[in-house]
Design a binder for this molecule. Structure first.
Ligand SMILES: [Zn+2]
Length: 361
């Protein structure tokens, strides 16, 4: 039985660090465990100029604890304001912050997603420029509204995207680098296993979609801490996504999608989308790979595949995890006194959840 594993310091391919007091509260948590991360641009207002990206990076760096070498990697939000000229400028790194990728959100699907295009295929000029310079596109791969502006079934959004939008996108932009984020369904896992290619078409998986399915989401009431887009799906979907992770393919990596919200929005009659997982994400991933008998695949998934896709060197530092039970007992509290509840919390998660691995201190 393996009860300790040492890997290169991990990389988070997808994290939300927010703004203001929330940013100052959550950034140190990611910076403590991950050497770098792709930071999502769905702030208010969204990041869609190199100047805004540089200013946002500065705000994040001010919250990184002294002595940490953590580097946030910036992204653009694919708004209608984002121009092809800005793509070249951001990706070249000539401005004070290099912009590593563009994130596309389906209109109206999740937190601050009201600035996006109705369909990704409408953004032709920007996508063509990204294809030309080699800048990756990160997809929130769900169809939210149909052609008549009616809401699609939220359990079907990813299937609709993978069956219809994604193949059209791949046809129209054959050399565009694409990452399908937070994969949640068997159909997406099948698609990626068949069509994924290193440096070209990759996918990320959250701890939430590896650990939970909709039976847990509805067990004994609705479990709002695991409420996110894409929604957690059927058990069969979760099993299929786990099986994909287990294969250790070079085009599948960890993207926690840690997305903190204040308690007032998470415990609300209109609960907001987003799972705050950074306090336990690394440990949860390790637990899943252990359960799958795939700890030998963990380092590639956490520390190698993500950096490689974004063209950066994996970390030379190492981190050791040991098999030792613990529980998430506390919320994170911002300087304004706002509580932020992490996934797996002993009371507010599913109830008495135990995390089997921890970082050795
Ligand atoms: Zn996200």
């Amino acid at each position: 039985m393996t009860d300790s594993i040492t890997i290169r310091r991990p990389f988070d391919s997808h994290v939300h660090l927010r703004q203001g007091a929330m940013l100052r509260a959550v950034t140190p948590i990611t910076a403590q465990k991950f050497f770098s991360a792709i930071v999502m641009p769905n702030t208010d207002p969204p990041i869609d100029t190199t100047e805004a990206a540089a200013a946002y990076k500065e705000e994040i760096m001010a919250a990184v604890p002294e002595g940490s070498t953590f580097e946030p990697l910036m992204t653009f939000y694919l708004t209608k304001n984002l121009s092809p000229a800005e793509i070249a400028k951001g990706f070249s790194g000539e401005a004070s912050a290099k912009v590593y990728a563009v994130k596309s959100y389906p209109y109206g699907a999740t937190t601050n997603s009201q600035w996006g295009y109705r369909s990704i295929l409408e953004a032709k000029d920007v996508l063509r420029e990204m294809e030309r310079v080699g800048m990756p596109l990160m997809l929130h791969g769900e169809v939210h509204l149909n052609d008549h502006d009616e809401e699609e079934d939220p359990y079907e959004g990813e299937r609709l995207f993978v069956e219809d939008t994604l193949p059209r996108l791949l046809d129209a932009f054959p050399r565009l680098k694409i990452s399908l984020e937070h994969m949640s369904t068997a159909i997406a896992a099948d698609f990626i296993e068949k069509n994924g290619a290193e440096g070209k078409l990759v996918a990320t998986i959250t701890p939430t979609h590896l650990l939970y399915d909709r039976r847990q989401a509805f067990s004994g009431g609705y479990r709002t801490l695991i409420h996110m887009k894409p929604l957690v799906k059927r058990r069969e979907d979760r099993e299929r996504v786990r099986a994909l992770a287990q294969r250790g393919l070079p085009f599948v990596s960890a993207g926690s999608d840690s997305a903190p919200h204040p308690e007032s929005k998470k415990f609300s009659s209109c609960v907001t989308f987003g799972v705050f997982c950074s306090p336990a994400a690394l440990e949860m991933y390790t637990g899943v790979f252990d359960e799958l008998g795939a700890l030998d695949k963990l380092e590639n998934f956490l520390s190698i595949n993500g950096p490689r896709f974004y063209g950066i060197q994996p970390s030379e530092e190492r981190i050791t995890l040991i098999k030792k039970d613990w529980q998430v007992t506390e919320p994170v509290i911002t300087s304004e006194g706002v509580k932020v509840w992490p996934i797996g919390h002993v009371q507010h998660g599913l109830g008495n959840e135990v995390i089997r691995w921890q970082v050795k201190r």
